[in-house]
Design a binder for this molecule. Sequence first.
Ligand code: ITT
Length: 200
Amino acid sequence: TKLLLATRNAKKLGELRRILVAEGIEGVEVIGLADVSEFPEAPETAPDFEGNALAKARDAAAATGLPSIADDSGIAVDALNGMPGVLSARWSGKHGDDEANLDLVLAQLSDTPDERMGAAFVCAAALVVPGGDETVVRGEWRGSLIRERRGANGFGYDPIFVPEGGTRSSAELEPSEKDASSHRGLALRALVGELRKLAG
Ligand code: ITT
């Protein structure tokens, strides 16, 4: 059986693959969008992570006939009323410009005291099996933001996010450490039961 990871974000794809490999899903060949023909994708317009993840996974499954997983994720900042949230990838206006997105969030927090810098990474992961079930799960990872970037691992907002209970930014964690507690690790591990059925 093939399983399609439906994302255009190479770093996200790498993490999804890594988490699934660590779970040892047998009998499933994990492929990415680069391995299938192109298909039209609807814009991400849902107000919540779950809605966007489900829409992305449905598009991919309908176009390819393959069981497909999509991940919609982002960072919800307490002092910004949960923003950038579903807009995390394009907060500055330019999709995928991590540098500009981080700069804008930090500028918006310039008057926020250090003790009110709480935030959570959120990941909704949807699994759509053509002619079968749809499953949507959610993982959250709480922490707080710092004003200067630290670390070179990960992607996106990792350099300014310090997970609860730690002192290193999530860009300073080893990949396996990030996966063990991240929003994405939590969400994907919640799909493992469904994935084993696919291989079944
Ligand atoms: P696809 O929709 O093709 O999967 P995308 O990058 O547009 O790719 P999202 O809309 O889900 O995906 O945006 C996710 C953004 O949230 C991502 O660009 C990062 O800025 C941020 N983000 C998500 N997970 C993250 C993580 O583990 N570490 C740091 N930033 C993360």
